[in-house]
Write a protein that binds this ligand. Structure first.
Ligand code: KQY
Length: 368
């Protein structure tokens, strides 16, 4: 596998939108007992349901440790799910996997961002993280894709969304956080995104969802549903800690033109809950120095925006919440040509993210 010293943009590559056709989706099998309760068994059932839901639409590859291979293989009993053995620190391939980029000839390469477990020693979520920082490289090697490595430039795939037409949304809370790239200015970060993803316009939302332990990843708060249209997690309750965040995001989205000069259409998605882990759920997580502690007092950052677009489908989380049906109806209305499949998301949320965070789409080679 080649590691290139140029940039995707210079070589004619760009990050396609998530709705562009995929060749497959990647996942990683969860087993880390200081993040997933009860040794990861409930999370494994939740990941299995997500993998099988995706596998109805496109192939899935699940990275799994040697120790969990037999168990994962037995549970992931679906003809469209492949397993590969990879050592990882945890199971968030949106953030540890490559960001795939494509060119007009239909070639696929990958950007391998530096990963520091969402903040390194300044608020990061576990240590060590070097195996997770190797995941993108290993995936690209398996796929025979050339690699661009942004050595020292920290970024997670969940902190960006693109429309495939030159625009990207992100949050200041994450990308300008001192625990990611403190030596880089906003302009320098924009420039790196422009060079590596071939985008022209960065739309900066101030914050992500309240209590998101990634420091406000955009994929838990706001996403594109098509060029010029976004879906924003929303509350009308002024008492909600999310209220000022939603208002601030709406102010930016309503007053910004995208790379094509369009005024954005903003769709609203209700926020479930408030959701909290139970005492029993928290007690099932192993204590470990440097890992995120769990408490029933902490509001969980549950969000229906944390869904994955696959070939012909939308795989979205449900929470056994009164808002589940409305969320499904909104998604089905926004994606009339896709089949919306709602999968239980609570166990994934207990670990700190949701379906988009545990998946990484690989675009299909396509001539443009
Ligand atoms: O949501 C994500 N993209 C990652 C969350 C990591 C949580 C670790 N406890």
């Amino acid at each position: 596998m080649t590691t290139l010293t140029s940039t995707p943009r210079a070589d004619g590559f760009q990050m396609p939108a998530e709705w562009a056709p995929h060749s497959q989706t990647w996942m990683v099998w969860p087993e880390r007992p200081d993040n997933w309760r009860l040794g990861g068994k409930p999370a494994q059932a939740a990941f299995t349901a997500v993998a099988k839901a995706i596998a109805e639409f496109e192939p899935v590859t699940v990275c799994v440790s040697a120790g969990q291979y037999d168990n994962a293989r037995a549970r992931l009993d679906h003809g469209n799910i492949r397993l590969v053995e990879i050592t990882t620190d945890d199971a968030w391939v949106r953030d540890t996997g490559p960001t795939f980029v494509t060119n007009a000839k239909g070639e696929v390469r990958g950007v391998d961002w530096t990963f520091n477990a969402w903040g390194g020693f300044d608020g990061g979520l576990y240590w060590p993280w070097q195996r997770d920082d190797q995941v993108a490289r290993k995936i690209l090697e398996i796929e025979g894709c050339a690699r661009y490595r942004t050595e020292g430039f920290v970024l997670e795939g969940g902190s960006i969304h693109v429309d495939g037409e030159g625009s990207l949304i992100t949050t200041e809370e994450c990308l300008l956080n001192r625990n990611r790239n403190p030596e880089l200015s906003r302009q320098q970060i924009e420039s790196l995104l422009q060079q590596h993803l071939a985008i022209d316009t960065v739309i900066w939302l101030p914050d992500g969802l309240f209590n998101d332990e990634t420091d406000g990843h955009v994929d838990n708060f706001c996403c594109y549903v098509r060029p010029g249209e976004v879906l924003l997690a929303w509350t009308d309750d002024p008492q909600s800690p999310n209220y000022p965040r939603c208002q601030a995001a709406m102010a930016v989205l309503s007053n910004t033109r995208d790379a094509k000069g369009r005024q954005l259409i903003v769709h609203k998605m209700p926020i479930p809950g408030p959701l909290h882990a139970t005492v029993e759920e928290c007690a099932g997580v192993d204590a470990a120095e440097g890992s995120q502690e769990r408490s029933p007092e902490v509001r969980l950052a549950g969000s229906y925006v944390n869904f994955l677009i696959v070939n012909g489908g939308i795989i979205a989380p449900k929470f056994d919440d009164p808002m589940d049906a409305e969320a499904e109806a909104i998604l089905q209305q926004l994606f009339p040509k896709h089949r919306v499949v709602m999968v239980p998301g609570r166990e994934i949320l207990l670990g700190g993210g949701n379906i988009h965070c545990i998946t990484q789409q690989q675009p299909a080679p396509q001539r443009r």
